[in-house]
Design a binder for this molecule. Sequence first.
Ligand code: FE
Length: 236
Amino acid sequence: MALQQAPGRRAFLGTAAGAALWLALGGMPARARAAQPAPAFVLPPLPYAENALEPVISASTMGYHYGKHHRAYIDNLNRLAAGTGLAGLPLEKIIAASAERADAVALFNNAAQAWNHAFYWHSLRPGGGGTPPAALRPHIEAAFGSVDACRKSLAAAATGQFGSGWAWLVMDGGKLRVVRTTNADLPLTKGMQPLLTIDVWEHAYYLDYQNRRADYVEAVIDKLLNWDFAAQNARV
Ligand code: FE
């Protein structure tokens, strides 16, 4: 099913409509199946096995992070959206409609976290890290001076985010930037195009690294970052 496919495809990337194809997370209308309608939102499959990111991220962490936390955001979203007319809409639409609305905080948080986690899984890959694709490097050098400086900026944002949140490489007005967001917030609400993200909620690393967030961040950047995904999202 198209909605279940991995997002690493140039065709979808960077477009709200395209992103909706994979981030709608089963955004097909609920339909009768036997006696029970299918949920409007479904947990998208991981793009790799739960143990594929070892030893940087253990299968145990993935089991909880994907299987419990990500699933809970989807389950909450189904509960919150039921009967509102929002069920099954692309997550971007729910995020845009609920951002900064005091009466829709839970809806925003769960829709945004569903989007963020799907994006995070694709921001990582087994055997990642290394050198970004040649098409992306001039943009990195223009913005940061060097690939190494870009990595350091991302690491500083991820390590320095106080409490729960996310570090992002984004395209902002045609220029690359590193930004960080708190809790469920994401660059989409600020008009920026996310290219990559690192989850720095404690649930992302505590089983493997305990309080050593900097070690998790360094290992993710060095060994897991999916620079091809970033380049595709940047459309360079
Ligand atoms: Fe998380």
